[in-house]
Design a protein around this ligand. Structure first.
Ligand code: AMP
Length: 219
């Protein structure tokens, strides 16, 4: 199966879709947002700096995220993997190209999850996440709500809201997506690697579409 690289505005469903492919198809999942939040949770000086950037809806530096991802990608390369949240700038996309060549990883599909601001914002404002296993829920969607109020179905941990899921920060994150991340779509389109998926569809339909994309061109 092909590796999946998600390009998406905030709250398009990258985390939920990734969880599904991890559970059902054995994908490895690398979420750069989770990587950064783990550093924040460690309370290091770097974590404090990262927290300041994330809670304002800005992007951490290309240099930092590229360093973190290159360390992690090395560990993932032998299984199908999902990149969730990377690349987010043109510089990151160009660097990723090099990393994949160096690692000899060639079966990839880039999926642009398209969702308008109002729907994405409603999702962000309903989102709660498990700080331990990172599973994401949505209290406004019965299919994505936890079985017990505010408790993770998988590990029993009390769920939390993300500090950047406020209306003000969400707007800023969406704007950052439009200015910094949208240019990547052209980059991948030029390489013939980009497929757009409507992320407002029913989840089952989205899973089905993505599954077929991961199998395309395979013997
Ligand atoms: P996410 O969990 O993907 O919504 O990411 C949460 C936040 O982490 C983003 O709003 C950024 O502040 C930061 N972040 C995640 N991935 C990247 C990246 N590839 N480049 C820069 N900042 C990132």
């Amino acid at each position: 199966m092909k590796n999946i690289i998600f390009i998406a505005p905030p709250s398009a469903g990258k985390g939920t879709i990734s969880d599904y492919f991890v559970k059902h198809y054995g994908y490895e999942h690398l979420s750069t947002g989770d990587l950064l939040r783990s550093e924040v949770a460690r309370g290091t000086n770097l974590g404090k700096e990262i927290n300041d950037i994330i809670s304002k809806g800005n992007l951490v530096s290309d240099e930092l995220i590229i360093r973190l991802v290159s360390q992690e990608l090395e560990k993932l390369k032998d299984k199908p993997f999902i990149l969730d949240g990377f690349p987010r700038t043109l510089a990151q996309a160009e660097e990723l190209d090099q990393m994949l060549v160096t690692l000899g990883v060639s079966h990839n599909v880039v999926i642009y999850l398209d969702v308008p601001l109002d729907i994405a914002m409603a999702r962000a404002l309903g989102r709660v996440v498990c700080p331990k296993c990172k599973r994401s829920y949505n209290i406004n969607n019965p299919k994505l709500s936890p079985q017990k109020n505010n408790i993770c179905d998988d590990c029993g941990t009390i769920l939390e809201r993300r500090s950047d899921d406020t209306e003000e920060t969400f707007r800023k994150r969406y704007e950052t997506f439009l200015t910094s991340t949208i240019p990547i779509t052209q980059f991948y389109q030029n390489k013939g690697m980009l497929v757009k998926v409507d992320a407002t569809d029913e989840l089952e339909l989205i899973y089905e579409k993505i599954l077929s994309l991961t199998k395309q061109d395979e013997a």
